[in-house]
Design a protein around this ligand. Structure first.
Ligand code: SF4
Ligand code: MG
Length: 331
């Protein structure tokens, strides 16, 4: 497998200014605070964490919708943070996004056909007739009848709208699709259909996905590898099976324990994670998870653990076995 995307020590810090005296900086939000990972062609890497952990900011940095404070994003070996003009446009064609909210992401004044063909127009692909044919082909690809091209977004259900959003992302034949919580706004009964569609399209088209999610249950069926984020950092990264069967970071364990168990009689075994996520303006010293970690020691309050062998925890090799009984099997 060849590497498609390399993210190196990426950070996004936002200065917070005093409302009255705009020039005075009163703080720094460290939304993304030193993130590194790779994504191979045809692979799915899930970025998982609670709201505010920096996963969506990471996704927007990867797509260069925002500029990083420091770090590099290499796509096919080229740092896209330095591109402009035609080379940036070429990258944009290759890296598309499927948004979380299929209700908000479709322009109500556009027909489905216009919505799907817009990226082709932006990138000067084909003429009107060939784009029309391509729209019909894309609708079939995502499991919708071609005549839907004439209809408007509001005439469709959430699951159908997300199919339209996927068709639009695929119109310009990207290598990378960032999926920003693509099923979390959908009914549970529809989620599996959309996840299955994404997997099927990946196999047929060789797509790589950066898949953003706030819990591990969703990514169980879609990820090859998983990166768990907490307060702007990756605290654990690894193959899905290893991460589910042998979670090493206490935060990963807590996220796994939070997945509802299919056997309700075992409910009592789940220990929910206590406390709130600290503000990204006020990240705790030492290990940023120490304020909520049941295993925290003095060293944790003093030294910031680095990500080593896929885990950022001083005690990773000393913790007792996780004992997480994750029923339901792995896809
Ligand atoms: Fe918990 Fe310490 Fe590991 Fe941080 S370094 S996760 S506080 S045990
Ligand atoms: Mg988000």
């Amino acid at each position: 497998m060849s590497v498609l995307l390399e993210v190196e020590n990426l950070a996004k810090h936002y200065p917070v200014r005093n409302g009255a005296i705009l020039a005075r900086q009163v703080g720094l939000v460290r939304a993304v605070d030193g993130v590194s990972f790779t994504l191979n062609r045809g692979e799915t890497l899930a970025l998982v964490g609670e709201s505010g952990c920096g996963k969506s900011t990471t996704a927007r940095l990867v797509l260069r919708l925002i500029e990083p404070t420091t770090g590099a994003v290499k796509f096919k070996g080229t740092d896209i943070t330095t591109l402009d003009g035609a080379t940036l446009k070429g990258f944009r064609r290759n890296a598309q996004i499927v948004f979380q909210d299929p209700y908000a992401s479709l322009n109500p004044r556009y027909t489905v056909g216009q919505t799907i063909s817009e990226p082709m127009e932006v990138h000067n692909i084909g003429d009107a007739a060939s784009r029309k044919a391509r729209v019909e082909e894309l609708l079939k690809l995502v499991g919708l009848a071609p005549y839907h091209a004439q209809r408007y977004g509001h005439e469709f259900s959430g699951g159908q709208r997300q199919r339209i959003g996927i068709a639009r992302a695929l119109a310009v034949e990207p290598d990378l699709v960032v999926c920003d919580e693509p099923v979390s706004a959908l009914d549970v009964s529809i989620q599996a259909q959309v996840v299955n569609l994404l997997r099927d399209l990946q196999r047929r088209l060789g797509l790589a996905y950066l898949f953003i999610a706030h819990d591990l249950a969703v990514v169980k069926h879609v990820a090859d590898r998983i990166a768990v984020m907490y307060l702007g950092r990756i605290v654990e990264i690894g193959e899905k099976r290893a991460l589910f069967s042998n979670p090493r970071h206490p935060y990963t364990r807590a996220l796994l324990a939070a997945i509802p168990h299919p056997d309700p009689s075992r409910k009592g075994r789940v220990t929910p994670l206590g406390g709130d996520v600290p503000s990204p303006m006020n990240i705790p010293p030492g290990c940023r998870f120490h304020t909520r970690c049941p295993f925290a020691q003095d060293i944790c309050r003093q030294q910031d653990p680095v990500l080593k062998n896929g885990v950022a925890c001083h005690l990773a090799d000393e913790l007792p076995p996780a004992g997480v009984d994750f029923a339901g099997g792995l896809a």
